[in-house]
Every structure is written in C-alpha cells, then in structure tokens.
Design a binder for this molecule. Structure first.
Ligand code: ZN
Length: 334
C-alpha cells in the first residue's frame, strides 16, 4: 500500500490488540487505496495462521489460498450495479446498491462461516445504497453476529445515514502526495515523462490520474469546461441541443461529466477567492476567462445547482437529458 501509512498502522494496531470493531467506515476521496486496504484487511481477518503479531496473513492456509483465487465462501463484496433486464445490463440506469443486495447478504450471514472463523463483508461505494437498502443494512449492523466484520467504503461520507455512521469506527484515508501518485503511476506502466503532470492534475488520487492518463476523462473534462464557458450565454435552443447531446451518454459517462463540470466550477471559485490549487491547473487561462465573466455569488449558486444535479444523476433514475437541460436553463437565468 502506497501513501496510506497512517490508516494502515492504525488498522494494524487495532488488529494486534484484538480491538477491531465489527463495523468500520473507510472514507476519503476516490482512487486513493481504500478498497485495496479493505481487501488486505479482509485477507488478514480471514486467515487461519496469522503471523505472531497477528497483523499479517500467512499466505499459505486454505483461507489465504481461497482469497488469492478470488473465491472465499466467507467473504462478501457488495457494490453498486446497474439493473439487468432479460440478461442485458441497462447502461443508462443509475448504479445502485438495492434492497435485494442487502437481503441476499442477510440470508448468507444467517448461516455459519464455512472456512474461516469469521466472515468479512465489504460494502464499496456505500453511499450508493438507496434508502431501503440503507435501512436494511442498518438493521443488520444493529444486531451484530459476533463473527462478522463489515467494512464500508465511501468517498461521500456526508451522503450516508447518520445512524449508519454512528455504528462504524471512522477510518479516514488521506489524499495521496504527488510523489505517492507518481509511484502508483509507475507501477501501472505510465511513461515517466507523463507522470508529473498527471500527478499534479489528480488532486491526490491515483485512480483519477490513471483515468486521466487513459484519455477519456480528459476529453470529458474539456467538454464540461467548454459547456461551462458558454453556460451564461445559452439560449433555449442551445440548452435543448446540449441536453440532447449529453443526455444520450451512458450513465457512467454522464456521471463523470457532471463531476468534472462541478470541478471546473470549483476551480472558478478558487480563482475568484484568490486560491492557488486548481484541479485543472493545465487549463488555467480558460478558467481565468470564465472567472473573469462571473461573480463569486454566481459561482457558488452555480455549484449548488450542479452538485444537486450530480446527486440526482448518481442516485436516481432521473432522465439525464431533462436534468442537464434544467441545470443549463437555471445557470443561464442566474
Ligand atoms: Zn493464511
């Protein structure tokens, strides 16, 4: 694990002292190693022959072998999915954790462990549980069975129910340093001459840096910035055109797009407040142009509108075309 020394040593201390609670919440931005840390913890918790300190898996027992093969009967991963119909995934639907996912998990947990002394459940992107799923999970957390450890993961802790948060031990994960991101880029075979620029664009997220490297993310970011630069001058016809174009994107793509749209607004806000660190530092001139044409109050209201729409696009099956149209109309009228 690169760059998460604080969180990792805290976990090792809890493990070593046998004080690990039955529910943990790993939180911090995307792409910084929360899921990897959760998987490593799961391997350790499930291992039968742990090292003398109790904090490292043996790598040799039946449980470690099952984890290595990706097929451990006492290990469950719940993550958001898009619904399928007639065996086909609906790529335009929101990615969610649904009540059935939690009900299936509860049914599994009602049986005894098959291989290890414990069971481990990872709930990744826990903020993507819909309300019913969250309430069902809460019930499960309230009636803990001794041998189950839950590891919830989120990059949007504020979107979780307080009642769930209060049942978990908080484990913050910090953004990575630029050198940490560069190290991970190197491990992912990103050419050396590109690493520094990607790391500085990544906002401390190796996942983001890798997405930017692959290129699609950059194109979406540039598109979002272009729309933002025109947002105040759009007439109804232009709004409808953009709504149609963006509304035809797959859900994953439009989810990324709206995130970058919000990032661009954040950068505009940063410039207006005299701040230095930009997400899109490579597009400072364009951002300065946008910032020069708006006020701080416009930018802050625009950001509220954009994050509201982002939430809807992420968490509901709201029609994305209508959402984008409504957003652009509101921005043009601000
Ligand atoms: Zn083992």
């Amino acid at each position: 694990m690169i760059g998460q020394d604080v969180a990792i040593s805290r976990l090792k201390r809890l493990l070593g002292e046998d004080r690990l609670p039955h529910a943990l919440l790993f939180f911090g931005q995307d792409g910084i190693g929360k899921r990897r840390a959760a998987e490593a913890l799961a391997v350790t918790l499930l291992c039968d022959g742990r090292s003398a300190s109790g904090t490292e898996p043996c790598g040799e027992c039946e449980s470690c072998a099952a984890m290595a093969s990706g097929n451990h009967p006492d290990y469950y991963v719940i993550e958001p999915t898009q619904p399928t119909k007639n065996g086909k995934v609906n790529r335009k639907a929101a990615r969610l954790i649904r009540i059935e996912d939690i009900q299936n998990l509860r049914a599994e947990l009602s049986r005894v462990a098959k291989l290890s002394r414990r069971r481990v459940v990872i709930i990744d992107d826990a903020d993507m549980m819909n309300e019913q799923a969250a309430n069902a999970l809460l019930k499960t957390l309230e009636e803990p069975t001794g041998d189950v450890v839950f590891i919830l993961i989120t990059s949007r802790r504020e979107a979780l129910l307080d009642t769930i948060i209060s049942r978990c031990l908080m484990m913050p994960f910090a953004p990575l340093t630029e050198s940490g991101v560069m190290e991970i880029l190197a491990a992912n075979d990103v050419p050396e001459q590109e690493r520094a620029a990607l790391a500085s664009l990544s906002g401390g997220s190796a996942g983001e840096a890798i997405r930017l490297y692959r290129g699609d993310a950059l194109a979406l970011r540039d598109d979002a910035m272009d729309v933002l630069s025109r947002a105040r001058a759009m007439n109804d016809e232009a709004v409808l055109g953009e709504g149609k174009r963006l509304g035809s994107m797959q859900r994953d793509e439009i989810s990324e797009w709206i995130k970058y749209f919000r990032f661009c607004l954040m950068d505009v806000m940063t410039l207006l407040c005299g701040g230095e660190h930009l997400f899109s530092g490579d597009r400072r001139m364009e951002l300065l142009d946008i910032a020069g044409a708006v006020t701080e109050s416009w930018a802050s209201r625009a950001m509220a509108i954009a994050s509201d729409v982002e939430k809807r696009i992420l968490k509901s099956n709201a029609n994305t075309e209508l959402q984008i149209e409504a957003m652009l109309l509101r921005l043009a009228a601000l």
